[in-house]
Design a protein around this ligand. Structure first.
Ligand SMILES: [Ca+2]
Ligand SMILES: [Ca+2]
Ligand SMILES: [Ca+2]
Ligand SMILES: [Ca+2]
Length: 303
């Protein structure tokens, strides 16, 4: 009888332990793909893009079909630097966000710079990002403090995280006639970002005007063409809808290029081909195509 009593006690203990495990939710990790999972896994990569949406303001945003193409295009990427928002009322970015979020898929959000430029014709930058795959790191966005006034539209800098990949973007739309000088001074901005925190995944992107009469792309004299900088949108890419120029660029250092950057992923997004647009409609969308590259998000956070 003593043995039976001992067995009963053991059974009661086991049942209590089993109930405790169940009640504490310790089994949840063994339940695959729970539909109540509020923190779904992100994909293995993110796509980071830059898109100069030529004179993006009231007139363009009232063209419904153009807005639809623009909104679909942004949805191809996880983070997009949008350039050339020209709207003194500052209502174009939120209206564009509504157009993006009016389509099926994850919610996007944006952060935007103030309107920048030396003349009355000013432009804002914005980063639109997929809130399910990318997190904007709060309070990291700022406009570069251009004490020597080298930049017409000072770089707009912000940091993001996608899975294990945290990174800082330097968005720039150079003044065409001063492209060489502004591009060279991006090395100062890289150094500033490097010196102001621990993040070394730093990516400059945007409409550099880095081709044609504005910039000799075959020269290697520019400071940003130093060996530590890798231009992943190389000179043979065509980033323009009317010409074959390579105005739009993306530049990073080896901290990112040799690790998170997906080899050969840099590309131009030919939205006219994707959506079957004729030339005149394509030009009403923009004189630029988006450029982009893809990055691993599941590597160890090395820097
Ligand atoms: Ca300036
Ligand atoms: Ca990092
Ligand atoms: Ca070129
Ligand atoms: Ca890295």
């Amino acid at each position: 009888m003593k043995k039976n009593s001992a067995a009963s006690i053991i059974i009661v203990i086991l049942l209590a332990a089993a109930y405790y495990v169940y009640d504490a939710g310790l089994l949840d990790q063994f339940i695959p793909n729970g539909s109540e999972n509020s923190n779904p896994p992100v994909g293995d990569t993110v796509k980071v893009a830059a898109f100069n949406i030529q004179i993006f303001g009231v007139t363009k945003r009232e063209k419904t079909e153009v807005m639809n193409i623009l909104a679909q295009t942004v949805r191809e990427f996880d983070v997009v630097l949008v350039q050339e928002i020209r709207d003194s009322s500052e209502t174009t970015a939120p209206i564009f966000l509504d157009a993006i979020n009016g389509l099926d898929g994850p919610d996007y959000a944006f952060i935007r710079s103030e309107r920048l430029g030396r003349s009355s014709s000013k432009e804002a930058y914005a980063y639109f990002y997929n809130t399910e795959s990318v997190q904007y790191l709060a309070d990291t966005a700022f406009v570069f403090n251009d004490v020597d006034d080298v930049f017409e539209r000072e770089p707009y800098i912000a940091s993001f995280r996608a899975g294990g990949f945290d990174f800082t973007l330097i968005g720039i739309h150079t003044k065409p006639d001063d492209a060489y000088n502004e591009i060279g001074n991006l090395t100062i901005v890289f150094d500033y970002v490097l010196g102001s925190g621990d993040e070394r995944d730093i990516i400059a992107l945007g409409d550099f005007n880095a081709d044609g009469s504005y910039f000799d792309e075959d020269s290697t004299a520019n400071p940003l063409q130093g060996s530590e900088y890798i231009w992943v949108i190389s000179n043979d890419f065509d980033t323009m809808t009317k010409t074959g120029r390579t105005y739009d660029r993306m530049v990073m250092t080896d901290y990112t290029y040799s690790s998170e950057y997906i080899t050969d992923s840099s590309a131009v997004y030919y939205f006219d081909t994707v959506y079957g647009l004729n030339q005149s409609f394509t030009e009403s969308v923009s004189d630029h195509y988006p450029i982009f590259a893809e990055f691993s998000t599941d590597l160890p956070d090395d820097d």
